[in-house]
Design a protein around this ligand. Structure first.
Ligand code: GLY
Length: 361
């Protein structure tokens, strides 16, 4: 039986449906939403693998128009957003009751989500995440965005979906690099607290990496429950609860912006988390062994942990200066005083912080 995890929001709650072979659940979502037409957004790789099956399943939702973008983070752009608007508004234009379906990984979800948020002042949205990273993180909680040369996710909005359908069978064909990249986000939940526990991940790492049914389902469910709770408590990142999910992301976003195309998001987050542990050791009392423990765990998941050598001090400073969470020469940085706990520290954007971030593990 699929697990249904609610995201309880004051305005409107929705469910994340997690399981295997969720065709019946998709049909029942369509039955509930009753859309007049569908705009299916996907990328070329995902559409080649799963497009025909999903178009057949969506047939009862009215006319389907599709917009397939090139794979990769570079599609989270104004240009690709414009192609979605053009497809949506070409006669006969979509209506307020038309449904945007995001079939893909994090890039597709963010891009299609932002298009849904802005088209006709907001269209209903259904996420069908096809990557592990999108299942455990980006499809949950309504963050949508495109990138700008000044930084990642700088243009966006909160736009909650009607539902999220996480069909774990879609992960069977996910390339290894993409799968491993998401393990960084799973480890992140374990480091910042609640579930899954870090010891649990360490103990079952091999079976998770082997995508063993049952074990994988459990860890994905634990991450989704964690995120759903956080989003319910702090939907718009205002109370300090949701911002903790950005552990490792401050440096990761700089790396992704300054080294475009070189790292997948989770890979940059792995580097960023190890750096955040060094910062936590220096400024928040984390014990001496923990940064190396995390680096070893992430490396054993085939994830990079070293800051790329070409990232200069000036670029790092410029990148951090463009962070959404900076204020008057200081930066709000998520630290962990001990694994299982996270908090926000206000740190001066000075040489001590830059040295610490750039230090190699
Ligand atoms: N990925 C962090 C968040 O959704 O808040």
């Amino acid at each position: 039986m699929p697990e249904r995890i609610p995201v309880q929001l004051s305005g409107r709650s929705y469910e994340i449906i997690l399981g295997r072979h969720l065709d019946r659940e998709l049909l029942s979502c369509i039955e509930t939403i009753k859309p007049h037409g569908v705009l299916l957004v996907s990328d070329q790789n995902v559409f080649a693998r799963h497009g025909a099956r999903y178009e057949a399943l969506l047939a009862g939702a009215g006319a389907i128009r599709r917009l397939i973008v090139p794979p990769g983070e570079s599609s989270k752009s104004l240009m690709q957003l414009a192609t979605i608007y053009d497809a949506a508004l070409a006669p006969p234009a979509l209506e307020r009751s038309s449904l945007v379906v995001a079939l893909g990984g994090g890039m597709v979800g963010d891009l299609a989500g932002f298009a849904a948020a802005t088209l006709l002042r907001g269209l209903p949205l259904l996420h069908i995440p096809t990557s592990l990273l999108a299942m455990v993180d980006s499809s949950i909680g309504g963050k949508t965005a495109i990138n700008h040369p000044a930084g990642k996710n700088l243009i966006g909005s909160f736009w909650q979906p009607q539902a999220v359908l996480c069909d774990l069978t879609l992960l069977d064909t996910l390339p290894a690099r993409e799968f491993n990249s998401a393990l960084a986000e799973i480890v992140k939940y374990a480091v910042i607290g609640q579930e899954p526990a870090l010891e649990d991940f360490e103990a079952h790492k091999e079976r998770i990496k082997a995508r063993t049914a049952g074990r994988l389902d459990e860890i994905v469910a634990a991450c989704i429950r964690h995120k759903a709770r956080v989003v319910a408590e702090d939907e718009r990142e205002q109370t300090g609860r949701r911002v903790l999910l950005n552990f490792g992301h401050t440096l990761a976003h700089v790396i992704e912006t300054r080294c475009p195309g070189r790292f997948l998001h989770g890979e940059a987050v792995a580097i960023g988390m190890v750096a955040a542990c060094r910062v936590s050791r220096r400024f928040a009392g984390l014990d001496a062994q923990s940064p190396a423990r995390l680096a070893k765990l992430l490396a054993s998941c085939s994830l990079p942990v070293k800051v790329p050598a070409e990232l200069t001090r000036q670029e790092l400073l410029a990148g951090l200066g463009g962070d959404k969470k900076r204020e008057a020469g200081r930066i709000q940085f998520v630290v962990t005083p001990r694994f299982g706990r996270a908090e926000v520290a206000s740190l001066a954007l000075d040489d001590a912080l830059l040295d610490c971030l750039l230090e190699q593990p």
